[in-house]
Design a protein. Structure first.
Length: 123
């Protein structure tokens, strides 16, 4: 019964880790905007979490500091999305490795017992 609970908990961690990675990567992919508008009435786009594109912010300076606002918005997006991907990847990979190692441990005693039995009969 205890093995079943650990197995379920492991699957929850694997699925949760995968979901965290997907959410973090989607968040990095979507565009980052600031709440200000340029002189033509367009909302200022700063790029994505992967790459910053500050051309619109630099062109629409009209006395404000859109570039620094964009840099802050990009930093904020990266501050929560990158750790989300990292923690999700660690949970996913860690549980997959733990599962693989547990499978090896379960298979090894059977082989070791077979080797011991063979060596005892030869002696």
């Amino acid at each position: 019964m205890k093995g079943t609970e650990l197995s379920r908990r492991g699957w929850y961690l694997v699925v949760g880790g995968a979901v965290m990675v997907v959410i973090g990567l989607f968040a990095m992919r979507f565009p980052v905007f600031i709440s200000d508008f340029d002189q033509w009435g367009w909302q200022v786009k700063c790029g994505t979490g992967f790459t910053g594109d500050l051309r619109q912010a630099a062109d629409a300076t009209n006395g404000t500091h859109f570039v620094s606002s964009c840099e802050s918005a990009l930093l904020l997006r990266r501050l929560w999305a990158i750790p989300l991907v990292a923690v999700g990847a660690i949970a996913f990979i860690g549980m997959m490795l733990a599962t693989a190692l547990e499978s090896l441990r379960e298979a090894m005693p059977a082989q070791a017992d077979g080797n011991r039995a063979g060596s005892n009969s030869e002696a």
